[in-house]
Design a protein around this ligand. Sequence first.
Ligand code: IPD
Ligand code: CA
Ligand code: CA
Length: 266
Amino acid sequence: MNLKGICQQVIAICQAVGQFIRQEYQNFDKNQTEYKGANDLVSYVDKTAERMLVEQLAQLLPQAGFITEENPDNKQLTDKEFHWIIDPLDGTTNFIHQIPIFSISVGLLQGEEVVAGVVLSVMQNEVFYAWKGGGAFLNGRAIQVSSSQELKTSLIATGFPYKYKGQLPAHLRILGEIMPQTRGLRRLGSAAMDLAYTACGRFEAYFEYNLQPWDIAAGILLVREAGGIATNFAHQENNLLFTGEILAANPTIHALLSPIISQNFK
Ligand code: IPD
Ligand code: CA
Ligand code: CA
């Protein structure tokens, strides 16, 4: 399979859907917000964007199945060799509150391995993409994770889950330990963009938990193809997609942060 060619076609599809999202963003009214759960927001824009992506990606690779955020029927891997894994709008809360930080994330799985990934930062028109063995790119330029070797020169991203399953005290302890040792912390509100920004070295590291596979599939490949490491909090690289936890960074910063995170989360 020509993964580079697939990536280029996925980018074109994401850009068309990105144009739709940008149009709707101008006039979006908070009253159009719907709720999937407490603090778990959605809108007609997420749902329409997903339908557009599914329709076009199905034509691109008719043999592939789908795992998508907004369709309850698309939640499991099937016996197909390939699956698209889609977050049509990652950063919905930002979108609804008119904060221009949100993305489209599309990954292609072969078995359980991500072999191609595209993250389009919609309002900035920045497209991050990678294919297995081919490297990672931002708007056509090859990208690398940060070369920073010390926490004191590092900017660290995290996320605050919609649902805490008892982990809030551990998370706050970690933030308290990391904050004084680094240049600071950021919470963008789009996990796919956190990973894309880590892949291109804007962030030295990113960690979060209670994530869904569509939040991180494309981003994991971006980080790995850009020379970084992505693991769960127990330092395991395998099956990362379905564990919901992630620590992504260059190898040195990963090694410095990993014990702080794992000790607090045990
Ligand atoms: C959310 C974003 C956010 C992360 C949440 C995700 P959504 O995705 O990625 O950064 O903290 O855990 O659910 O709901 O905007 O697609
Ligand atoms: Ca998401
Ligand atoms: Ca979403």
